[in-house]
Design a protein around this ligand. Structure first.
Ligand code: SF4
Length: 283
């Protein structure tokens, strides 16, 4: 594959995010990853749900699909299954992925569909102006929890790992170079590649910003075995609430959904042939 320019993936629509929104860094990382990946825009489709981060397909020159709230992964699964020759990327925010789309998130991970899924995690509902979301911290005061959030946050990396994703990584939007490396790794991986990017909302959740996220992040332990799901889960336990950054898990024996569908149908066709020949021999 030849390399493309990052400009190849820009379209004439300028991003409409607030100045300073973390999602600019994610877009930058995605463009770099696509350029390095080398496929032209017409061979890539980006599918999104609803929310600020889900506007990303509008700002790219690839094919794009703006699905309904929480259903980006469903559309992406259908698209990849029907058009396996396309590279399909799904994007969304934490509310889209883990509240209304939570059920689909879990099933897409366990199916190991050959997708790259980028979650832009700002720990708030940004587009609707600042309500508590599934990854919001315990106790925070928002418009929907004026007395403090009584819930504990979901860890998307934990859910993806324990649900069966075969490539799991985490990055900071303030480090687009790392985001690009993690997304490129996801594009090259056969199976569900989940990348959680901590991407602050500078307008409606000012307490969680690039400095606090960086301070709360941690490096992976030296010698971490990325091929062990157990070691990956242990990293999250040992992180004790901090955000481990980098490639956390990659299954070298990943068998994606399309391969399992093909082998299931060919096994069924074989057993049908055996049954038909048995029936014919008794006729
Ligand atoms: Fe970004 Fe928040 Fe503005 Fe939405 S509201 S564009 S998440 S800064």
């Amino acid at each position: 594959m030849s390399k493309e320019s990052t400009q190849t993936f820009r379209c004439s629509h300028k991003p409409t995010w607030c100045p300073g929104c973390g999602d600019y860094g994610v877009l930058n990382g995605v463009e770099r990853a696509m350029a390095e990946f080398g496929r032209p825009p017409h061979e890539i489709a980006v599918v999104a749900g609803i929310g600020c981060s889900s506007r990303m397909p509008f700002f790219l020159s690839t094919y794009g699909f703006h699905a309904v709230h929480g259903r980006g992964l469903c559309v992406a699964t259908g698209l990849k299954t029907a058009r396996p020759e396309l590279t399909v990327i799904a994007v969304g925010g934490d509310g889209d992925a883990l509240a209304i789309g939570g059920n689909h998130f879990f099933h897409a991970m366990r199916r190991n569909v050959d997708l790259t899924y980028i979650l832009m995690d700002n720990q708030i509902y940004g587009m609707t102006k600042g309500q508590t979301a599934p990854t919001s911290g315990h106790g925070i005061r928002t418009k929907s929890t004026p007395h403090g959030n009584p819930d504990m946050p979901v860890d998307p990396v934990w859910v993806a790992l324990s649900s069966g994703a075969t490539y799991v990584a985490q990055g900071l939007s303030s480090n687009p170079k790392q985001v690009a490396e993690l997304v490129l790794g996801g594009l090259l991986h056969r199976g569900m590649a989940f990348i959680n990017v901590l991407s602050p909302c500078v307008t409606f959740h000012k307490d969680v910003n690039k400095d606090t996220l960086k301070a709360a992040s941690s490096e992976l332990p030296a010698g971490h075995d990325v091929t062990s799901r157990g070691a990956a889960l242990n990293v999250l336990i040992e992180a004790d609430g901090s955000y481990p950054l980098g490639l956390i898990y990659k299954d070298p024996a990943s068998k994606p959904f399309d391969e399992r569908v093909a082998s299931t149908f060919s096994a069924r066709a074989e057993s049908r042939t055996v049954i038909e020949s048995l029936v014919a021999s008794y006729a």
